[in-house]
Design a protein around this ligand. Structure first.
Ligand code: ARG
Ligand code: ASP
Length: 720
């Protein structure tokens, strides 16, 4: 028996025995459709993606380049997450009209709020252009020459592939340079805010519950796409009309049960599923701990001020949420990588690949990859660490440094491209800064600054530090800069940036904030960036070759999916609970009961609005409840990542059943290693969304636009 078992494992164990997968929608025919059908799907590949007829993909735009959204009415009504529309909701909020706090509902189209800059991008067509992109990319060329040729070919394909005038061609690489796809896209630019629940629903549980199951968050908001009179993209105008989609998603009222088929369709951002074990170890031991330490410091300070001052709370809500989100994710990820022994599993896969390379006589091409990975990852480590510190400190967590850094770039633009480019960039910068400074608090930023540059001086390898950091007094540096730099107020920055390029630069060079950033950036670009770049280019080339080996040497039916790259993908699975620890099993569906169990009156994370409590007490769930209970969230085995937020969860027949927004704590390592036992995505049950819109907000106007169906019970549409 035992022998049989081992044998069986040996023959059936592919190089990557990893489930999950984010698949290219135009390439589902075959293995994927077979798997999906076995899981219960009733659709064909063409129902999901079709170039000539309306299909699911036509209802699913990329929301503002970062999240996913779906069209749910014939009038361009768009559903996405509350946390995806957060910036927009916040930008319309004031202390008097606090839509973050109280929610917002447009009771007619005239009340919908424009959001300049917010976009919705549809995918019109996907085409494999690998042979065009790799044409004349000769093996004899150096890595840099190869990249140059590839870029030229890409530019050529983008320029010459057919498209309508209002469309855009984009080429993206898959399998780290082993495949290239062309995307023809259409970007709508007039996207108006239609509705948002209060944060006590849309962000219920806030950072404490973020990345955690069981979850009880109504993480949704609604927008509407507007088009010109020909239904084409146009900048905001009063003349624009609601967009008429090629397809919009019908909404199922039948809910979900364990084992139901689910498909999540959206724009996953980045994953790294095929890293070697050395790289995983570096993430666990070096990169994540550094990032976490920096954000620990920044968040503690912001939190202290936000709790004390409601004005600061509004100003910092969005920034804090952004910083906290990945801070927490990295912690979960590190735990999950350790617990699932991701590095060990990758190591065994590497050994398997090595023996395959030897067996097939491919040593010439591939035997060098793994030892080279070891060498380059160990060389890159101090540079990668210094780079994280630079990015986190200068670009992500201290606003004054980020702004000063943008002016540092402005100076370079003048030096490289002249006065005209300088002027354009300066004007753009000032426009965006005017908004940013509304949410800037000097005291908060100065404290974050002080804490972070102290960490910088302590933890960045000494050989990479600017001289002034060698005996840095963080406290006096902070008070000097926040007392004397122009970067603490919009008006003074504006003055600083007024004048011709040479005048501006000479003023900048006297500003203490600019001087500090210049020291940091100069030493980074001199001592860290070039070497990092060189090593990273080598690593990318290796990774491409490693991927090639995997594609070539794995069995024909191996499930090798391309890493996420912000392009449209299909992931599928089923509604499924999980067991995170001995004797613990998490069921896949939560209910309003759980919201009430977590309720802490007045708490900023766990307060519950009065009206929702009333609806709960009277069990007034309308057609949205099930057996007297109101479902709230559910989980499934769909492989998702950042960018999948707002993605529709779709049933076997193509109806909307949920809205993806998060993953479970024990499974967040899925960007590096998807563990089928632990990795789950979290979705809002669409019936909770409808219940909030209808019963809580009384926005019947929106319900009336939608098509509600009962696919399990009968095929009839619900009468409205
Ligand atoms: N973790 C989810 C994602 O990565 C939700 C984030 C928004 N919520 C929050 N509390 N920050 O986007
Ligand atoms: N919350 C993520 C997003 O915003 C989704 C995830 O990382 O699971 O895209």
């Amino acid at each position: 028996m035992k022998i049989f078992k081992t044998l069986f494992i040996l023959v059936s164990f592919p190089l990557f025995a990893q489930q999950g997968g984010m698949w290219i929608p135009s390439l589902l025919e075959g293995m994927n459709v077979t798997e999906m059908t076995n899981l219960g799907m009733k659709m064909t590949a063409k129902d999901i993606y079709d170039v000539n007829n309306a299909s699911l993909k036509d209802a699913i735009p990329h929301f503002n380049g970062g999240c996913t959204s779906e069209v749910i009415s014939p009038n361009g009504l768009l559903l996405t997450n509350h946390h995806c529309g957060y910036g927009q909701i916040q930008s319309h909020s004031t202390l008097e009209h606090d839509y973050l706090e109280n929610g917002f509902w447009a009771k007619n189209m005239k009340d919908e709020l424009p959001n300049p800059g917010t976009t919705a991008t549809f995918i019109i067509k996907i085409e494999d252009v690998t042979s065009k992109i790799l044409a004349n990319v000769d093996q004899s060329l150096s890595e840099a020459e190869k990249q140059k040729k590839i870029e030229e070919n890409m530019a050529e394909v983008v320029k010459n592939s057919p498209k309508e005038t209002w469309q855009e061609n984009r080429v993206r690489t898959f399998y780290e340079g082993n495949q290239y796809m062309l995307f023809v896209v259409e970007t709508y630019k007039d996207v108006r805010l239609v509705g948002a629940p209060p944060s006590s629903i849309g962000k219920f549980g806030s950072d404490t519950d973020n990345w955690v199951w069981p979850r009880h968050t109504g993480d949704f908001s609604m927008f509407r796409i507007y088009a010109d009179k020909n239904n084409r993209p146009a900048e905001y105008s009063e003349e624009n009309v609601p967009y008429k989609p090629k397809h919009y998603l019908p909404i199922s009222l039948d809910g979900v049960a364990e084992d139901d088929f689910t498909l999540v369709f959206g724009f996953p951002g980045t994953t790294d599923e095929y890293l070697p074990s050395v790289a995983i170890e570096q993430v666990i031991n070096t990169i994540n701990p550094a990032r976490i330490a920096i954000r620990d410091a920044a968040l503690a300070i912001q939190d202290k001020y936000m709790r004390a001052d409601p004005q600061i709370k509004i100003q910092y809500a969005s920034k804090y949420a952004r910083i906290a989100n990945y801070w927490k994710k990295w912690r979960g990820e590190t735990l999950g990588l350790k617990k699932s022994d991701a590095a060990g599993i990758k190591k065994r896969q590497e050994n398997k690949l090595t023996s395959e390379i030897n067996k097939k006589g491919k040593q010439q091409e591939y035997a060098n990859i793994l030892p080279q990975f070891e060498k380059f990852y160990s060389e890159i480590e101090p540079y990668a660490l210094a780079r994280e510190y630079f990015l986190e400190t200068v670009l992500r967590n201290v606003e004054l440094l980020r702004t000063a850094y943008q002016t540092y770039q402005l100076k370079q633009i003048f030096e490289n491209r002249g006065e005209q480019s300088f002027n354009d960039r300066r004007d753009n910068l000032l426009a965006s800064l005017e908004n940013q400074y509304k949410d800037f608090n000097k005291q908060v930023d100065s404290e974050v600054f002080e804490a972070l540059i102290a960490l910088y001086a302590k933890n960045v390898p000494q050989q990479f530090l600017p001289n002034s950091f060698k005996n840095l007094n963080a406290e006096s540096t902070a008070s000097n800069i926040y007392e004397n730099s122009a970067f603490v107020k919009y008006n003074s920055v504006k003055n600083l940036l007024t004048g011709n390029a040479e005048e501006v630069i000479s003023k900048l060079e006297k500003d203490p904030g600019f001087i500090l950033v210049k020291e940091m950036a100069d030493s980074y670009f001199e001592k860290v960036d070039p070497k990092y770049d060189e090593l990273n280019t080598n690593i990318s080339a290796l990774q491409r070759n490693y991927m090639k080996a995997l594609l070539e040497l794995s069995p024909k039916d191996a499930r090798i999916f391309p890493n996420a790259n912000s392009t449209l993908r299909v992931t599928y699975g089923k509604v499924n609970g999980y067991s995170p620890a001995d004797a613990v099993y998490y069921e896949p569906v939560t209910h309003l009961e759980g919201v009430m169990e977590k309720y802490v009156p007045g708490d900023y994370e766990f307060d519950v609005p009065k009206k929702l409590i009333e609806l709960y007490n009277t069990k007034d769930y309308g057609p949205y409840g099930e057996n007297g209970k109101m479902p709230v969230n559910f989980i499934g085995t769909n492989h998702t990542t950042g960018g999948n937020s707002g993605s529709p969860a779709i049933d076997a027949n193509g109806n909307l059943i949920g809205l993806n927004f998060d993953r479970v704590w024990e499974g967040t390592m899925s960007d590096y290693y998807y563990d089928p036992a632990l990795s789950r995505n979290i979705m809002v049950d669409i019936r909770y969304v409808l219940f909030i819109v209808d019963k809580y907000a009384d926005a019947k106007n929106l319900i009336n636009e939608m098509t509600l169906v009962h696919p399990k019970k009968d095929k009839r549409k619900i009468k409205k």
